[in-house]
Design a protein around this ligand. Sequence first.
Ligand code: ADP
Ligand code: MG
Length: 222
Amino acid sequence: MEERSKNPKFRDFKNKISKQTYNAIKNMGFKRMTDIQSEVIPKALDGADVVATAKTGSGKTLAFLIPVVELVARLVNESLSGTFCIIVSPTRELATQTFSVLQDITSYYELMTSALIIGGESRKLQSLALAKGVHIVVATPGRLFDHMRTKEFDYKHVKCLVLDEADKIFQYGFEEDIKQIVNRLPKNRQTMLFSATQSETTDALIKSAMKEDVQSINTNED
Ligand code: ADP
Ligand code: MG
């Protein structure tokens, strides 16, 4: 079991995150950050590119969702519209799980919108949602790239890209899709890459997709 007693409490971050996010975390019943959350959240809130490696079950989902929601909340408050963040997951199941946590963490935001864009579901309905400019998209690589090749999906306002379970994204053969997706997105964005293990393939992607001063965090080596 992970040693969590030295990690900050979410309450200590009350002045760094919005009330809506804080209340959602409280509602979910979480008090203290996990190791990876305490390392990633402050840096990601500051806008840093982050590569985070931490074993399965260590709380990576909220480590990226909290900074994502805070970034999107600021843009929504400025009355901007459009898709601001894309979160890529390797499988429909993982994307669906992440989307479900996203619903929990955004439950106090009245204006924030999101869509789950995965294979096996109606392209037409997904296209309609994307055309409206949903703020946050959670997607699998193949279907996301399909939509990026249509005029309905306007992704030029994207400010943040998250690659979750990046090691699996590559294991499952989505490397080419990811390259194409990354190439098409605006360069001026925050990129975060999460995985359970480090690998050479992800290292190569890091160099091409991320800023030079990327923050590498690995809680597997403690
Ligand atoms: P990972 O993506 O690293 O495999 P998850 O994000 O799926 O891990 O989280 C694993 C479990 O830990 C989930 O059930 C989640 O609700 C729980 N969890 C996340 N953050 C915390 C926290 N700060 N305190 C206690 N449990 C947490
Ligand atoms: Mg995960």
